[in-house]
Design a protein around this ligand. Structure first.
Ligand code: ADP
Ligand code: ZN
Length: 724
């Protein structure tokens, strides 16, 4: 271990977007890399991390001294290398990545020491009178515990315990360690696995402690992937190592948490943006001490300070929400693999519909693959059929076609549950004036305002701007002329209530659920059969198990194909097969109806035939032929600013100074589809290259050729998933 001695200079990385670490002078106490330190920055102090030796030991400028080092566990070598790696890959300052690892600054502050623990004094002070009450306390105090706990176990008042301690009848014991609390038990009995599940579980168990390896765990929804990766966690627990499970939508993880508790006896530590301050602090500390053995979290959990990580699981690895496309643009699945590589530990990617990226890595032999062939307990996959809306259109201003209406009616009559899926929140996606055609648009974004019945307002789904519906049209002054166009889930629910007046209907959409608790409650109500007909957006697609749900109707199967970016078909396939997977998970067979105007579309045909493999093969061929990911590389540059002509000028300049490289194709600049976002004008440039090209080096060099005006931002998005 390198030591920096008093008088040495060290590089300290601060959680701010500076180009790199800053140099400081070591104070009275020696420091080692990873130590958290308080250092002066401008007129204030800031907390940073000792990153290593200074870049230029010869430089003779004067550095300011480190103020103090904080009494917390240092940031591991592994995490520091990970931060450097992510920064360099994503082309962002290291400090911006460190900021994600230091997301709970308060966790670094000194903690209240645990209260002293008391034990019965032996011998008792001379002449001490043992009353029956006191005897109860003495009896309880054979195990050391805090005064409060002791009073509770003995069933006496706090005053009694306090007086006994003062009289010397109870003695304090040293070394009040912070208690790790109850721990998940790897030997807690789990379900009996089927032979196929057993084989997969054994393979994963053998990977724990055996170095870096990535394994795709593939199986249709309900095949038991979760149970299988729980076995890998059990093995990591038995080896005393920590595990991290990443989920795309942590707010909806209630069922997974309940199953974890059933399997391991206690809940795991959770990590997501809805945690309160105290919970975050507690979780961060427990993780950094190694007390939290299993963490279930959203993508940001990758940057938590695990001292002894032994396994990373990425559930639903194909899910698009693993990609963050603002600030530090990173893909959590890909970075999980990097973290596994740097830490020499196994990574499990679980999915029913693996991404083309992962499939390509399996094909190239970089990742292993385990397949769970069937649904657990013999439940069969649902039968999928297309409803041709050209032949069977719904009535005007309605969205449920006659065949779907019939299917829902039959399902409800049989006492089973149905789900109508539409990936669109609100009542109507567009509101226009019947007289002049004027459309209500967000003043800050290139987006229509979406009507929400709950709350009675129009809202922008990009910036949150909202307004009441104007009484008269701002364009033609016609009164009460605005009309809703197209459906959102709220409007479908209105129609369903009219068609099925007896049914108990509920809507599941993120804006109608104030938090994870409300989401869990709705899922539980559905599972208890207090709902007959659920109408939901993509949040219903994820992981829930509803035994009596036998019919899924997709209102608009074409929705995800519009706009047609690189992954539109792939995403549609994944989402719709995931939604379809909600049907018939128990002994009742399920049925899925997809409403579409494009029955001939490849992706819908594949869904109807259940031909995942054929679809993936055809998609992969198209991508390979075009040199698109995963067979080629992409990077996007988004130029933005409040001043539209200036944004345009900078984007043009950037294109003009782009160094020539025959392997790199430059597309754009073009106005982004979201040309205005939160008041910022945006232009996009896209780089496309073969896989082996070092796009980062090229971009670094390129951006170095131009001095950007202060009011213009250039955001780099390596491996972009959003093209908006
Ligand atoms: P997936 O993650 O592939 O969708 P799950 O692990 O969620 O599948 O399993 C689906 C359902 O089947 C869950 O309710 C799970 O508890 C149950 N299950 C899976 N395997 C077994 C098993 N071997 N014994 C009992 N129940 C099982
Ligand atoms: Zn807006």
């Amino acid at each position: 271990m390198i030591n920096f001695l008093p008088g040495d200079r060290v590089a300290v990385l601060l959680p701010v977007p500076l180009p790199g670490p800053l140099d400081y002078l070591v104070g009275d106490t020696p420091l080692t890399p990873g130590d958290f330190v308080r250092v002066p920055l401008g007129k204030h102090f800031s907390t940073g991390v000792v990153w290593g030796p200074v870049a230029d030991p010869q430089a003779d400028f004067i550095c300011r001294p480190v103020k103090e080092s904080l009494p917390v566990a240092p940031l591991s070598d592994e995490l520091r290398r990970f931060i450097d790696w992510v920064a360099s890959y994503c082309l962002v300052p290291q400090g911006a990545v460190l900021k994600m690892a230091m997301s709970v600054p308060k966790a670094l502050e000194p903690e209240k020491p645990p209260p002293p623990r008391l034990i019965a004094a032996d011998p008792l002070p001379e002449g001490y009178k043992v009353t029956p009450t006191r005897a109860r306390v003495m009896e309880a105090a054979w195990v050391p515990q805090s005064a409060a706990d002791l009073a509770r176990t003995a069933g006496v008042g706090a005053e009694t315990v306090k007086a006994m301690a003062a009289a010397g009848a109870l003695a304090e014991v040293e070394g009040g360690e912070i208690d790790a609390g109850p721990q998940p038990d790897p030997h807690h009995p789990g379900p009996t696995l089927s032979p196929g599940q057993r084989a997969a579980a054994d393979t994963l168990r053998a990977r724990i402690g055996a170095g870096f390896a990535v394994t795709l765990l593939e199986g249709v929804t309900g095949s038991g992937k979760t149970e299988v990766y729980f076995e890998a966690i059990a093995q990591a627990l038995a080896a005393g190592r920590q595990s991290l499970v990443l989920l795309p939508e942590i707010a909806l993880s209630a069922q997974l948490l309940a199953r974890f508790e059933k399997r391991f006896g206690v809940l795991p530590t959770v990590w997501h943006s809805d945690l309160g301050d105290a919970e975050r602090r507690r979780a961060w500390r427990a993780i950094s001490r190694g007390h939290a053995k299993v963490v279930v979290g959203a993508r940001s959990a990758l940057f938590l300070p695990f001292p002894d990580l032994g396994l990373v699981v990425v559930d639903e690895e194909h899910d698009g929400s693993y990609k963050q496309d603002e600030g530090v643009c990173y893909h959590a699945r890909d970075m999980a693999v990097v973290r596994g590589h740097l830490g020499g530990l196994p990574v499990v990617l679980a999915s029913a519909t693996p991404s083309l990226e992962t499939a390509a890595n399996v094909e190239a032999g970089r990742y292993g693959k385990l397949i769970l062939p069937s649904r657990h307990g013999g439940a069969s996959l649902p039968e999928v059929a297309l409803v041709d809306l050209r032949r069977d259109p719904p009535p005007r201003q309605q969205w449920i076609s006659p065949p779907l209406q019939q299917a829902v009616a039959t399902c409800l009559e049989a006492g089973e549950q149905a789900l109508l899926f539409l990936n669109r929140r609100g009542y109507a996606p567009l509101t226009l004036c019947r007289t002049c055609g004027f459309r209500l648009q967000c003043p800050h974004c290139t987006a229509w305002l979406v009507e929400h019945k709950a709350g009675g307002r129009l809202q922008c789904h990009h910036c949150g701007h909202y307004a009441r519906r104007p009484e008269e049209c701002p364009n033609c002054q016609a009164e009460e002329s605005f009309t809703a166009c197209g459906p959102g889930v709220e409007r479908v629910a209105e129609e369903a209530a009219m068609l099925f007046p007896e049914a108990r209907i509920a809507i599941m959409a993120s804006d109608l659920l104030p938090g994870p608790k409300a989401a869990a409650e709705l899922v539980a109500r559905m599972a208890r059969r207090e709902i007959d007909l659920l109408i939901g957006t993509q949040i219903v697609a994820k992981g829930h198990h509803f035994p009596l749900l036998t019919l899924v109707g997709v209102i608009d199967a074409d929705l995800g194909l519009a706009g047609g970016d690189l992954r539109a078909a792939e995403r549609t396939y994944q989402l719709l097969s995931q939604v379809s997977g909600r049907a018939g998970r128990a002994e009742h067979p399920g049925r899925v109806l997809l409403q579409t105007y494009q029955t001939e579309a490849k992706v819908l045909q594949a869904l109807a035939k259940g031909d995942a493999e054929g679809f993936a093969r055809a998609e992969a061929e198209d991508r390979r032929a075009g040199g698109w990911p995963p067979y080629g590389r992409l990077a996007a540059l988004i130029v933005s600013g409040a001043d539209s002509p200036m944004v345009e000028k900078v984007a043009q300049q950037l294109a003009r100074v782009a160094p020539r490289d025959p392997s790199i194709e430059l597309l754009g600049p073009a106005p982004a589809p979201l040309a205005l976002l939160r008041g910022q004008h945006r232009r996009r440039l896209l780089l496309k290259s073969p896989k082996q090209t070092n796009l980062q080096a090229y971009i670094r060099h390129w951006l170095g050729l131009l001095k950007l005006p202060y009011n213009i931002r250039v955001q780099v998005d390596i491996d972009p998933y959003s093209f908006l």
